[in-house]
Write a protein that binds this ligand. Structure first.
Ligand SMILES: Nc1ncnc2c1ncn2[C@@H]1O[C@H](COP(=O)(O)OP(=O)(O)OP(=O)(O)O)[C@@H](O)[C@H]1O
Ligand SMILES: [Mg+2]
Length: 244
């Protein structure tokens, strides 16, 4: 097995709050790891650290063989990021320009970038609007551009923070298919979610995070075995519910 993501006592403190407390997880190539936790548990903070958007207070991680703290640029070139909510596209740029802009940020060569954009346009069926400005796009159109942008540089690692929050049924289905495609291409994926059915459908293993600490990890079958065959939701509430 090839480990593409390993965190080593990864910690983030914001003054008196420890948002992420000694996180230790490993994700293999071709594996989807789910991060489950209540509001404020530390999921986004963990993913932002792995995405090099936030410096750890202590601890470290190795992504695709690169040291997060010492080689953030190299780490960035190996990761694709899709955070839920706002797609972050530039309204005044076309879909193609939005994708190209991101590719250039990742040091992609122009000819390769052009080729890659046509390939992604085909894959996501964006032909009709790839040359139109993104400002007036529907949510679903924006989302496809955001998918394409996140993988334009063909990263080995994908980080998804609540990628389906606020989407309709078909759009959620699209996101799920996109994530499963990434898995079948051998990418390592970390996904945060509040939806038990989503996690059950997609994740090979999960970690439950409570007040910044990982309180359980394993496959759903393993967790159920350790908790008298209870449902994932019951296990989650028991370990990380708001009564705790
Ligand atoms: N920039 C910041 N400055 C201060 N505190 C922060 C900052 N970002 C996050 N926190 C705190 O860190 C803790 C973890 O927040 P985080 O956003 O990681 O939670 P989350 O698990 O993603 O929650 P949600 O499910 O609501 O998205 C919270 O107590 C939050 O208030
Ligand atoms: Mg969050």
């Amino acid at each position: 097995m090839i480990t593409l993501i390993e965190t080593i006592n990864l910690t983030k403190r914001f003054s008196e709050i420890t948002a992420v407390d000694d996180l230790n997880i490993k994700v293999e190539k071709g594996e989807i790891f789910g991060l489950l936790g209540e509001n404020g548990a530390g999921k986004t903070t963990s993913l932002r650290m792995l995405a090099t958007m936030l410096q750890p207070s202590s601890g470290n991680a190795v992504l695709a063989g690169y040291d997060l703290v010492k080689e953030p640029k190299k780490v960035r070139s190996c990761i694709g990021i899709l955070f839920g909510g706002d797609s972050g596209l530039y309204d005044r740029l076309t879909a193609a320009e939005n994708i190209a802009y991101f590719g250039r940020l990742n040091n992609m060569e122009e000819s390769h970038l052009k080729e890659r954009i046509s390939e992604l346009t085909e894959v996501f069926g964006m032909g009709e609007y790839i040359q139109r400005k993104a400002g007036k796009f529907s949510k679903g159109m924006k989302q496809k551009v955001a998918f394409a942008r996140s993988i334009v540089h063909n990263p080995d690692i994908m980080l998804f923070d609540e990628p389906t929050s606020g989407l309709d049924v078909s759009a959620i289905r699209n996101v799920h298919e996109f994530i499963l495609d990434c898995k079948s291409q051998g990418k390592s994926i970390i996904l945060s979610s509040h939806t038990m059915s989503e996690v059950e459908k997609l994740c090979d293993r999960i970690g439950i995070i409570h007040k910044g600490k990982l309180v359980a990890q394993g496959s759903i079958a393993q967790l159920q075995e350790q908790h008298q065959g209870k449902s994932l939701e019951d296990i989650f509430i028991e370990l990380a519910g708001d009564h705790k």
